[in-house]
Design a protein around this ligand. Sequence first.
Ligand SMILES: NC(=O)c1ccc[n+]([C@@H]2O[C@H](COP(=O)([O-])OP(=O)(O)OC[C@H]3O[C@@H](n4cnc5c(N)ncnc54)[C@H](O)[C@@H]3O)[C@@H](O)[C@H]2O)c1
Length: 351
Amino acid sequence: MKKIRLGIIGCGNIVRHFHLPEINKNVPEFQVVAMVDTDPSRIRDLRRELLPRKRVTAYTDYRKMLREARPDAVLVSTPHTLHFEQCRDAFEVGAHVLVDKPMVTSPTHARRLVAKARKADCRLMIATQGLYTNTLAYARKLVTDGTLGPLQLVSAVLAQEWLRYMVGSWRVDPKLSGGGQLYDSGCHVLSAMLHLVGSPAREVFCWADNKGTRVDINAVATVRFANGCLAGITSGANCNTMYAGLFVQGQQGLLELDPFGGRITLTLGEEPKPVEGVPRRFPVRTVSPVRNFADAILGRAEPRCDGHLGVLLAELVAAFYASAASGRPAAVSPRAPRGARTVKPKRGHHT
Ligand SMILES: NC(=O)c1ccc[n+]([C@@H]2O[C@H](COP(=O)([O-])OP(=O)(O)OC[C@H]3O[C@@H](n4cnc5c(N)ncnc54)[C@H](O)[C@@H]3O)[C@@H](O)[C@H]2O)c1
């Protein structure tokens, strides 16, 4: 079978420790043909370590790579505010795109990217790994098949020692990061919440504390969704332990899960005790973003996290920042992306 020729834009930590080892191990359909990084030593180290004896062309300019290598697909893994132009230009040469989270950091860019992908007839996917797990697929099923009953409330909690490790990096420079913890690790929690609620956010209120930096470190936010669900979010980046959790309350039950995948506990009103884990016979398996990307390009699977979620996320976080800046509630852009679905749970249905 002909290989999918892959170009990698940005050769930093996540490519080195997550995507490329996974491609080597589980995605033989990809042939890495080109790598781009403004720091050539990053490419050199990566090739020596993970692609020895492979023919891979190194570039410092992604536009030159797109022009010369003409990849079938690209993986974009650079600081957040660079994603928009790099993805857009990849679509110009007809390449499918898998972009690391967050897709982009502006609702306008998000909508333009989705339109561009559609016009180019290319895949636009986001590497938010929780969305690729059976945990999130099972949780979503419990919402959409009515097991939880009509959604009432979501509580999202994130705690990380992010600030200590990120001081001095591009992540605390808003020109490159587009924002702080809400867009960085917060993106995982918010994406899982948006995926499960399945309805666009309408209005938010947010307080953010930058802790003397130029980006949000700690934030609390509330959200009102179009389907009536309400949510409260606590996004922390200055805590010397790590936790991420989502509590989803329906009229008939409660779900607690790890938005990165893994832990999940279902408590239904009439059941004697909580049920832990995804049932063994649940048909959806956890896959990596690069595995699903290859399958989606080859028409073997649907993308588990595509550009529509990137639009919903960018609209939500933009409203959080607008509210935090004004001290008032902020409306979320009413222009929900075409194709975004509002999930209507079947009333009173139990599995
Ligand atoms: N899913 C996850 O759990 C997870 C974890 C970490 C990072 N990420 C995401 O992955 C992306 C990269 O993060 P990272 O931690 O690997 O960062 P990093 O700083 O380790 O790597 C970024 C790389 O991009 C390069 N770069 C900067 N400007 C460039 C340009 N104009 N053209 C080409 N290369 C350029 C840098 O030299 C660096 O090597 C971000 O979107 C981040 O949010 C996701």
